[in-house]
Design a protein. Structure first.
Length: 386
């Protein structure tokens, strides 16, 4: 097992009716900017719950943050923060709203030339404006980590940011919110969380036995409860386990002491930026090809995953590793997620070359757990995903 440090300061408030506790977590004198997305919270009762909890408080609203939080829209919110003297942020939404709020938390205190520099120059946020979250869509785990991904339509880019100053102070997780989600969002959430685990697990054996078991248990639970929550989002037991899996998949715990990959996400982000494909679905497109291309480097963990998650114990190590990739692809497809780029766009020719050129221009020349995947390798993996 590798050496590590682990600190996660986010307070989790989990359970039925917990949105009412928001007010106790925000300082009484705070001037709050409440951020949300397309307005679904106004039809499912969450908006009213938050407003009731913050009745009598200094509260300004900013809605309209889209999926894949858009930089230009976030700049409008940043203007409100500065003009209105906001000193506390509250994200009410899924990963996109929370990621957008993290960007604003950083940008509000940033004194450089352009807030976009935070992303393009990899500026680590040590101190941000304090914020909390009310999670409405389980998927990204952003409610309990310090990372974010922001999209800029003007340049067709989707870039990441982070730092210890971007942990939410608190996050409210009420599994009852799942009951109002459409199937597409639930399926995306399952796929996103599952792939988050794979990115931290599907590398090579590192002697981190407990971490492996943590990761495997999250994937097993998603396989078990996923069909239940898709079939009946009001199944509280299934919804609560689904929600907690999404949080645990990316709160930092399972990545400690082990090598991690994240090449699938790097490639997937480009597909979203270029074609607007749902983030989770880009991961399902890239992951099988990535594992096939890097089969020799990953076959030991693939075989372990086949045995422990899918119960596949027959055959050689290579047989089990191959079957593991097939089972993963079948799992995505069982939720009506297509796993080829050509299923989403007819304009896929040239995509691999374009993404490889982008990675070269950014200096991304060593992706993956071994830091050996060059842009030329990325090009081949994307081509395999067509």
């Amino acid at each position: 097992m590798r050496d590590f440090e682990f600190k996660n300061p986010t307070k989790i408030i989990f359970g039925k009716g917990k949105i009412a506790e928001v007010a106790t977590e925000i300082p009484a004198e705070a001037k709050i900017l409440m951020l949300y997305g397309g307005g679904s919270i106004k039809t499912n009762g969450i908006y009213e719950q938050v407003k009731d909890a913050l009745k009598g408080r200094q509260l300004i609203e900013f809605g309209g943050i889209p999926a894949n939080p858009e930089y230009d829209i976030l700049l409008q919110a940043l203007k409100v923060i500065k003009e209105q003297g906001i000193n506390y942020l509250l994200a009410v939404g899924g990963g996109s709203v929370i990621d957008g709020t993290k960007f604003l938390s950083s940008a509000a205190l940033y004194d450089g030339d352009s807030p976009w520099d935070i992303l393009t120059k990899g500026i680590r946020t040590v101190k941000g404006m304090p914020f909390g979250t009310v999670l409405t869509i389980p998927a990204t785990g952003s409610e309990m980590n310090s990372g974010a991904v922001i999209t800029r339509a003007e340049t067709q880019e989707k870039l990441g940011m982070g730092g210890p100053g971007l942990f939410p102070e608190f996050s409210v997780l009420d599994p009852q919110v799942v009951s109002s989600l459409p199937k597409r969002q639930i399926v995306n959430g399952i796929t996103d969380a599952y792939t988050h685990v794979l990115e931290q697990y599907m590398t090579y054996p590192a002697g981190a036995y407990l971490q492996d078991r943590f990761a495997e248990s999250i994937m097993q639970t998603l396989v078990d409860v996923g069909p239940r929550v898709i079939e009946n989002p009001a199944d509280y037991e299934a919804a609560s386990n689904f929600m907690w899996c999404c949080t645990m998949a990316l709160n930092g715990l399972i990545q400690k002491g082990v090598p991690t990959d994240w090449a699938v996400h790097s490639m997937g982000h480009e597909l979203t930026a270029l074609y607007g494909i749902d983030h989770a679905r880009t991961l399902a497109i890239v992951a099988p090809s990535h594992y096939r291309y890097n089969f020799d480097a990953k076959k030991e963990k693939l075989a372990q995953y086949a045995e422990r998650v899918w119960g596949l114990s027959q055959g050689t190590l290579e047989d089990k590793a191959t079957a593991a990739i097939e089972k993963t692809e079948e799992f995505f497809q069982s939720m009506d997620i297509q796993t080829k780029l050509s299923d989403y766009t007819d304009a896929f020719e040239g995509t691999a070359e374009l993404i490889a050129k982008r990675f070269s221009a950014r200096g991304w020349t060593g992706l993956g757990e071994h830091k050996k995947l060059a842009p030329a390798d990325v090009e081949k993996i994307i081509e395999m995903s067509y």
